[in-house]
Design a binder for this molecule. Sequence first.
Ligand code: NAP
Ligand code: F7E
Length: 341
Amino acid sequence: MPVTCDYSRRVRRALITGITGQDGQYLAELLHSKNYEVFGLIKGQNNPRIDLIRTEFPFVELVSADLQDLSSLVAALEQVQPDEVYNLGAISFVALSFKQAELTANVTGLGVLRLLEAIRMVGGSSGNRIRFYQASSSEMFGKVRESPQTESTPFYPRSPYGCAKVFGHDITVNYRDSYGLFACSGILFNHESPRRGIEFVTRKVTNAVARIKLGLQETLALGNLDPRRDWGFAGDYVQAMWQMLQQDEPGDYVVATGHTHSVRDFVDAAFRHVGLDDWERFVLQDPRFFRPAEVDVLVGDATKARTELGWKPQVDFESLVAMMVDHDLNLEAGKAGIELP
Ligand code: NAP
Ligand code: F7E
């Protein structure tokens, strides 16, 4: 079904939580290209990532608030009066969620409830006007009950992060059912880019491969190489977020490529891209990077997104790996003052 979007209205306003994160940056660019006024929520005092947003995304207006603080969310919504709210803010690193489970539950789980409540409070009787996007995750499927995973696959989370995301997902559905909010959940499978945080395995690998190729690093320490993920490109996935909020009715959508690769496959492809075919020489296994419980294999079925939103991924696995390695080669060569051939 084609996306329905009425551009005859006044300029639309979007508020993005998680603006400093990978997806926040791509979504801000997308919405700006569609002539939205873009507002980004910034947490904390002296957040160092503010500078990145100010320099690289000067069109984003920054608003101070925290997903752990209801009254700050209410104030942010009162100030911005958004048409669309994208909740991308979270403690999103699964490994950290095992160490800081309570914080994760508070931000990644309860933060969703607070934002939904703030939308109800600020919107009052016209609260249904604000359209809400929740960043749900394939981590909710965890120990998968079926493959590939669809919108109706039961959840079995394997980490505090996954548990918090299940709560965030369920409360979004509940507020839609209970109060008629236009609230959508995108169940997004892993998506990566040159803007991915260095703590996640893909960027950790591509950055290390670049440094090893340039002679700046000798080895790469990783955890479990067997888990399989359905990896796509973040720039493609933010399109789906926006498309969900342009539909006539709210709903939940799996967003995925439908292809799965192991961590080992990713490592192999990244080293091969720079002509190092014997990657085993450089990679060490370190028990510190293993998790108390693992998600072994994820692969999504995005049929609903394809048929209802007209969404499909544009970047395949090999191109994604190449894009990230090339970016890190340029970045690390630039930092070290090395001229690339
Ligand atoms: P990310 O790069 O880790 O960004 C997370 C964002 O959350 C950062 O901007 C961070 O701000 C913000 N944040 C953390 N604590 C907060 C708080 N207390 N209040 C307000 N904001 C807070 O994540 P991402 O990869 O862009 O992912 C975006 C969303 O999609 C997340 O909710 C993630 O869980 C979910 N998701 C991601 C994937 C994926 O593969 N990338 C897949 C499925 C779902 P600071 O910079 O100030 O810390
Ligand atoms: O791990 C294994 C690790 O941290 C992927 C988040 O965006 O996607 C992401 O969660 C796999 C895991 O991402 C290392 O054990 C091996 O099996 O890159 P990751 P994730 O846990 O899949 C989902 C969809 C989200 O929603 C999350 O927010 O790689 N692995 N060795 C390693 N992982 C890391 N980080 N570091 C290693 O050294």
